[in-house]
Each structure stands twice: as structure tokens, then as C-alpha cells.
Design a protein around this ligand. Sequence first.
Ligand code: PMP
Length: 387
Amino acid sequence: MSKLLLIPGPTPVVPRILSALAEPTVSHVGPEMAAEFGAALEDLKKIVFCAEGQPVLVAGAGTLAMEIALLNVAGRGERVLVVSQGYFGDRMAEISRCFGFETDVLAAPWGRGVPADELAARLDAAPCDVVCATHVDTSTGACAPIEDYAGVLAGRGILCILDGVCATGGLEERMDEWGIDVVLTAAQKCFGVPPGLAIDVFAPRAMAKRRSLPSVPAYYSDILRWLPVMADPAKYFSTPCVNEIRAFREGTRIMLEEGMEARFERHRTIGLAMRAGLRALGFPLFTEPAYLADTESVVRYPDGLDDKAFRAAYARNGVVVAGGLAATAGRVFRVGHMGNLAFDDVVFAFEAMEKALAEIGFKFPAGAGVRAAGEALAPCGPACGVE
Ligand code: PMP
């Protein structure tokens, strides 16, 4: 029996997307591929609300999307400020240093985000050319106040890159309205598509910046080489992952059929239900209340509950969650609740969790998790969820 994959990515893949993946491989420059690829690019602009955006979709994953974003908007010798609330913000700083940009980091303690006024103060003291922020850092479950950051950046002539790997398509990211210049993400999180794609959307100001740079220190990651393909996917630069792109297009079709506002609402409801169930079982959240994310929960182990024993028992009962990263290893578990998750999946997650806890002899208020999660979901009716 396949298990419910509640790690913070990859997320469960619904049958429609799996079927698209299994279709026979076609020519990467043929008409079927060009139509699906082109449609996926158009859909992406709607998903991040960037009417004149330039999407770039290439084989890879989130880390490549981070490189592509930064390399194409930061010029030689420019100053990059990374706002970090965890492991993946720190990774962006590493990438920035790796390419020789002058790199500064504004970090929050794990479990929190950086408040917007701290960002403003740092920029007043030390201006920069590019700011990178992570929407939800998967290591801590902390969600940054991105709209407030965008307000701080407005009028300063600073480009803003947003890492939406654990957010795009599940949480609002209104590029045009907020003034975000690049959103980067990957297929395996809120899109509910198997891993395999690096995704970037460049707003017009970011494209203008790329065109103003004489060169970038990359070949495959230089978006100017990809532009002819993105304008007409029947053109060749490097062979795209045909089956994955078709699966991705099915993913974006599902998203737009659901509607972005309904999708954000479903993520909000599932986030509430997850947290209600966890609290009812007596599990404290690692993330501070002001920074909770609707796509992921990072949960502290109460005394007497062992990480390995719990996760193994949970998996035996049908659900896979992730352990902690870096310093939190063994102290927390991480539950992804994004993508094409149905309300029934949430109820099943708590039924299985309670069975697992009982199996390993951990004392908890029996039935409380299932009941609290169910109550949080009830006002929305049984129809919510994705086939
Ligand atoms: N950014 C964030 C916020 C992430 O969660 C991850 C992966 N979990 C990455 C970047 C890197 O993505 P990938 O593993 O697809 O390279």
C-alpha cells in the first residue's frame, strides 16, 4: 500500500498527474510538447500574478532555480542581502558567495522570521542591489511577512527575489501588486508534481536588469539562452524533460481549475486543521505563532517521544513525515501540508498518528487529534480537496 507522503516535499501526486507522467515520450520540439510547454508557462504567470512575467522552466530542482534567479539579476561586484529564517535562506547566502557577490545576511533565530522593520533598518544602514527572501523556510516552518518586505523595498531601487519553494501555488505571491521581481520555486511542493523542475518567473524589471548585464557567470543557467525556447517551445537549446513538463502542465491545469483563491483558502483551512489536531494531542509547535505557515508545521517532540520510534510507527500506519534538519534533528518532526491534499487526507493523518502513538505506548488524549482537526475542517464541507 502506498503511504501518504506528508514530508515538506515531495508532496502526494494525484492520479491525473501520474497518468500524464506515464504518457509515451514525444519529441521535445514537436507540436504536442510545444503546446503543453507553452500552456504551462502561461499558467505560471497566473499562479504568481505576474501579467507580463517571463517564466523559465528547466530540468532541475529548487536549488538550481535559486542560482538562476540570483545569477540573472545580480551584476558583478553587486551587494546582495539575504533575509534568512533558516537552512534554505543560509543556502541562498552560500550561493551568493559562491558566485562572488558581496553578501550580507540578516538572520532570524530559528522558528521566527525577520520583522519588516528590521529589514528597513538594515537597508537604511547598508544599502544593497538585490534582496533575497524565503517565503517559508522548510527547516523551521517559519513564514516571512513578504508583502511587508515588498513595502519596505518599494522606491529603493532594489530588486527582490523570493524563494517560494515551500509556498508558490499554496500561499499568495502577488508579484505585480507587491512588486516582487523574481519568484523561484520547484515542482514537488505546492504544485503536487514529482520533483524534476527548476521554476523561475522574472517580472519586467528583472528582465531589464538581466539585459543590462554584459554577461553572467553561467551557461545553462543564463536565461537569455533559454528565452527563444520559452517564447516558442518548438525551438531547441537543451533537451527539456518532456514527460515531467507534461505532468507539470497537468498540475497547473488542476491549480487553475480549482482557482487560486480557493486553493489559498484550502491551504489556510488545512493549516488550521493540522495545527488544531497537533495542539489537541499536546504537541508544541517549533515555529513562533506570528510566523506559522499554512504549508508546513514543524513540531517539537514532547518528553518521552523518540523521533525514530515515532516516525517508524507512523510510517507503519501509512504516513511519512520528515525529521528535523541540522540542529533540530531528533528534536522535531516536520509535516508538509501543501499541494493537492484533500481534507480526508488530514483526517487520515490524525487517525494514523493516534494509532502510531498508541502502538509505541505514548500517552495522549485518545481521539483528540482527529476530533480537533475534523472540527476545523467541518465548516468547509466535505467537497473541498482535489481529485
Ligand atoms: N528553498 C526552500 C524553501 C526549500 O524548502 C528547498 C527544498 N526543500 C529548497 C529551496 C531547495 O530545493 P531543492 O531541494 O528542490 O533543490
